[in-house]
Design a protein around this ligand. Structure first.
Ligand code: B12
Ligand code: SF4
Length: 557
């Protein structure tokens, strides 16, 4: 039998939808593959195939490419599979192997820096999984053209690894309008086709040009909008024209997912409140409610998941969250004991909080707060968080450490914001600044771990202290308390210097009344409001023996 002309694939760490966990995917980007088995359940990297070897689910981007190609080629000529089935499909007639890349080397917002906490040159799980594809012997045997596309394709060029992986073409941008001509030229082996193909903004497709997917996407991802007009300088969707998909289009996509077994739909967007928005970023509550109801009504769909939102509309339109909640929170697969929902459901949309410094905010992302001003960002975050939490929205909040020109004063302001977020319900995830290609900051420098200031380490580990307190059970707390002092003595101190000692001690749960003398933030509240001290004192975590054993507490005292 003839081998297919085009084989499409994606790595297991980007295709897996294990337990519907987006968290699992983020962890894959940060954990060194060497320790992968310790932190990642091996089941999480198993993806399901149909009996003929085709993939059941892959990231939405590659499904869109597949659907475009199926307009021009037969199903027998376009096959999507995981790396373990490449052998089965790639053969003498295969001209192209197209690989989707969301975060192939784990360097989006320096997620790989997490893997570097355990030493330089450690490859995150994401990169290891990606390598399984590009180093697959069947590619060397038949030498099809290797084409990489997707939001993280830029990473291969940036890391200078195109030759190492024998990449013929990197396609950067939205492919709908130009796919036909590009694939034809690749298949024909056109020698004049550039290695890096940047699709210009003028070729961004209209929603009518974007196809309905033929097959199921990982997490049941269905786009509801594309692009964002808020213009943050570090962000790639900021460079895309804003578009909202018609309800029929969304429902047809959701239906295609449901008939192939998806029980959950993730409504993907840069900001859900952009869906059918009015002028000046006014959310369209009715349209959103109708969207939730209609998607939920599709036979087979049991749960809904949101992707990204922004905070300003939450505050500007105080009824928005209250009105949306009954139509989305009860249909979430996520639960938390703090939820006031009868079934303890919560939702966790992703929100970029980025910084507590009005100066940095004003320089790099002032549109994010619109209609509020940069100096109001702190208040917007705190008020927004209060509204979200009250309605059982426990957001996944990201921060960017090391924006260009960040000073100690800026970091202190971010720490101040973090202090005020104590007790807020959600996840606080610090990431490091990375200049993404095609953004206004593409020429800026990435953060390097060795250059992190003590305050930046404090910010980093304080976030994780909060996360463990809110999400980790007592078992996980105990494990960190055992492991962290060992990490400091055996590795952390050598890699990053003594500056991480007290931030790490906070992460490990050392008593705050001791740490407050060594760190900027005083989580007991004493430095800010000494009169409240007796009340806070009662809540202080008892002294922690293992840390003491390693002299961290004594030294801290
Ligand atoms: C849903 C989503 C997720 C989900 C699901 C991901 C999945 N595996 O399916 C979750 C929440 C898990 C996730 C995680 C992450 N994500 Co994400 N995610 C998105 C989101 C909202 C939608 C993705 C989507 O389906 N888009 C629609 C499709 C059609 O677009 P597309 O994939 O770009 O595909 C088009 C082209 O790229 C091209 N194409 C795609 N694949 C291929 C392959 C070939 C061969 C070719 C030729 C072309 C091609 O054709 C498509 C049509 O034009 C986007 C924002 C966005 N609107 O794109 C962010 C986004 C892609 N994520 C991003 C990031 C940074 C991450 C994370 C690192 C963490 C984070 N901070 O969010 C992690 C990494 C996960 C990992 N495994 O390492 C960034 C990427 C920035 C960048 N340019 O590098 C984005 C743009 C968000 C943002 N605002 O910054 N993500
Ligand atoms: S609000 Fe979010 S998606 Fe929009 S430009 Fe800013 S970072 Fe990008």
């Amino acid at each position: 039998m003839r081998s297919p002309l085009i084989v499409l694939t994606a790595s297991a760490s980007e295709a897996s939808e294990w337990k519907h966990s987006i968290w699992q995917q983020m962890v894959s980007a940060g954990i060194p593959s060497k320790y992968g088995r310790k932190f990642i359940n091996p089941e999480a990297l198993k993806c399901e195939s149909w009996p003929d070897g085709r993939a059941k689910y892959v990231p939405n981007g590659i499904r869109v490419v597949e659907s475009l190609l199926l307009r021009e080629y037969d199903e027998s000529d376009v096959v999507t599979c995981y790396h373990e089935n490449l052998e089965k499909f790639v053969g003498p007639e295969t001209r192209v192997v197209g690989i989707h890349a969301h975060n192939p080397l784990g360097i989006s917002y320096a997620t790989d820096v997490y893997s570097k906490l355990a030493g330089e040159n450690l490859m995150p799980v994401n990169a290891a999984e990606f390598m399984k594809i590009v180093t697959h012997p069947v590619l060397r045997k038949y030498r099809p053209k290797i084409v990489i596309g997707g939001p993280g394709a830029w990473q291969l060029e940036k890391a200078g690894r195109l030759d190492e992986f024998n990449v013929d073409h990197v396609i950067d941008g939205e492919i709908e309008r130009v796919f036909s001509q590009i694939f034809k030229r690749i298949i024909d082996g056109d020698p004049t086709l550039e290695r890096i193909i940047r699709i210009p903004k003028t070729d961004q497709p209209t929603v009518e040009e974007i196809p309905i997917v033929r097959h199921r996407s990982t997490f049941g991802v269905v786009e509801i909008t594309r692009g964002c007009g808020r213009g943050c300088q570090f962000c790639s969707p900021a460079t895309k024209v804003g578009r909202s998909f018609p309800l029929d289009h969304i429902l047809a996509n959701a239906h295609a997912n449901a008939v192939e077994g998806a029980t959950e739909i993730m409504l993907a967007s840069e900001d859900m409140f952009l869906y059918e928005q009015g002028p000046n970023f006014t959310p369209n509550t009715d349209a959103l409610i109708n969207l939730f109801k209609s998607v939920k009504a599709i036979p087979g769909i049991e749960t809904l998941q949101t992707s990204h939102i922004t905070m300003a509309p939450v505050v500007r339109y105080p009824d928005l969250i209250e009105q949306l909640s009954p139509h989305v929170v009860p249909f979430s697969h996520l639960h938390h004991e703090h939820s006031t929902d009868p079934n303890k459901c919560v939702i966790d949309p992703i929100i970029g909080l980025e910084t507590g410094s009005p100066r940095l905010f004003d320089t790099f992302m002032k549109g994010k707060a619109y209609p509020y001003k940069a100096h109001q960002w702190r208040d917007v975050v705190l008020k927004g968080m209060e509204i979200l939490n009250r309605n059982n929205w426990y957001p996944f909040c990201t921060f960017i450490i090391g924006l260009p020109g960040e000073t100690d004063e800026d970091t202190k302001l971010s720490l101040d914001l973090l202090y005020e977020l104590q007790g807020a319900k959600g996840m606080f995830v610090p990431t490091w600044f990375v200049p993404l290609e095609n953004t206004r900051m593409q020429k800026k420098e990435s953060v390097k771990l060795v250059d992190m200031t003590d305050l930046q380490w404090e910010f980093f580990f304080t976030c994780w202290r909060y996360n463990i307190d809110f999400y980790g059970g007592s078992r996980s707390r105990w494990q960190w308390q055992m492991g962290v002092p060992l990490y400091y003595q055996m590795m952390g101190k050598k890699l990053f210097g003594k500056g991480i000692k007290y931030p790490l001690a906070r992460f490990a749960g050392a008593p705050e009344r001791i740490l407050r003398r060594k760190l900027y933030l005083d989580l007991t509240g004493y430095k800010r409001t000494p009169e409240l001290m007796p009340a806070f004192e009662k809540e202080i975590v008892p002294a922690f023996e293992t840390v003491k054993g390693l002299n961290m507490v004594e030294a801290a005292g």
